[in-house]
Design a protein around this ligand. Structure first.
Ligand code: BGC
Length: 362
């Protein structure tokens, strides 16, 4: 009997110690409220400012404090900033990695300090990251390619990928090729250039497109640009050859400049990703992880190390025909901004009363 009690006591002690050791407690932050470190690749693009603002708003509403750092595209700066956030004692780290492989070292450091990590929008590869929240990025690529192929089923295509260090850029390309491959095999379309754009820079997309146009003697049916910033560079190269509006161009993000190009006719489509549900969900997940509570997921995504519990949202293809009923109706952008360069007579009658509504707000 004595042995039974002794072993029971030892077992309870072990569980208690293990719990104490395996979790950095909420009280560990000292002042009782949760502190979230948000390490961002860059704030250059419009979308990331929106991500930051909505994330901070939701976390603050829930009583947490957010420390935001932006590395402006520099890996060593991002690693240093993340270390700094950990030193400041954050309870959870949310990371938009500039380089999905290098950022694994951030996860390692956080894990050593028992701080959970969320990969935000971009996966952190080969790491023990706790949660991933993003859009269905393969679907983004599919939507881009399908839109173009439906309208340009034959001819020469240029592929303008994003940053080669961004795992999303590779997923967009995967989705694009799932749609384009059968048409390539059938000989309906031909890929005349296939390039990646360092750091998603418009200047990179511009020079890739200029070179491809020269090589193909301007015979191009469509350009699969992987996001709106690269689409901007593509449209500039097309404009130099008086081809803007004659060659179909895709995009992604529903950036204001891209939506203006869409209504003006120089960019065919964008993929609209409502940021509010993404950033809100990420803020809620961060707080849940910090409190060691379960986080709702709808899938798992393998990152080379493990199947990461994930929540993926649905992207929406948008063109001139439905921009009023989606991007504008959601309040993501204002009609007077999108249509700013067009006469009033070309503005949609009343986007607010449009019948087709997308599921989510900004
Ligand atoms: C994001 C895109 C964005 C791109 C450049 C990608 O990882 O998913 O929305 O346009 O990065 O910042």
């Amino acid at each position: 009997m004595k042995t039974f009690f002794t072993w029971t006591f030892v077992a309870i002690l072990c569980v208690a110690l293990a719990a104490g050791c395996s979790h950095k407690t909420k009280e560990g932050s000292g002042n009782g409220h949760i502190r979230i470190g948000f390490s961002m690749d860059s704030l250059q693009l419009e979308r990331w400012q929106r991500d930051r603002d909505i994330f901070v708003q939701r976390a603050t509403e829930l009583g947490a404090e957010v420390l935001v750092q932006s590395a402006e595209g520099n890996d060593s700066v991002q690693v240093r900033q993340a270390e700094n956030l950990l030193t400041q004692g954050v309870d959870v780290l949310v990371v938009v990695p500039h380089n999905g492989e290098i950022a694994a070292s951030i996860v390692d450091s956080a894990k050593r300090q028992r701080v959970p990590v969320i990969a935000y929008d971009r996966m952190i590869e080969n790491s023990d990251v706790d949660f991933y929240v993003s859009f269905d990025n393969v679907k983004v690529g599919e939507l881009q390619a399908k839109y173009l192929l439906d309208r340009a089923p034959k001819g020469n295509y240029i592929l303008i990928g994003g940053s080669p260090t961004d795992n999303n850029a590779r997923m967009f390309r995967q989705g694009q090729m799932m749609i384009l491959d059968p048409a390539i095999k059938q000989g309906d379309i031909k890929i005349v250039a296939d390039q990646w754009s360092k750091d998603w820079l418009p200047s990179e997309a511009l020079s890739h497109t200029e070179n491809a146009l020269t090589q193909a003697q301007n015979h191009i049916a469509a350009v699969v640009a992987s996001n709106d910033s690269t689409a901007g560079g593509v449209v500039q190269a097309l404009a130099e050859q008086k081809l803007a509006g004659k060659v179909l161009v895709s995009g992604q993000d529903a950036d204001l400049a891209a939506c203006q190009r869409i209504v003006e006719g120089t960019q065919a489509m964008t993929v609209y990703k409502p940021i509010r549900p993404l950033a809100t969900r990420a803020a809620e997940a961060a707080i849940a992880l910090a409190k060691h509570q379960p986080v709702p997921s709808n899938t798992k995504v393998n990152n080379g190390h493990k199947d990461v519990p994930s929540y993926l949202l649905e992207p929406i293809a948008v063109d001139k025909g439905d921009i009023a009923q989606t991007v504008i109706k959601d309040g993501f952008l204002k009609v007077e901004d999108v249509y700013r360069n067009l006469p009033r007579s070309q503005w949609p009658a009343s986007p607010a009363s449009a019948s087709k509504v997308s599921a989510s707000a900004p």
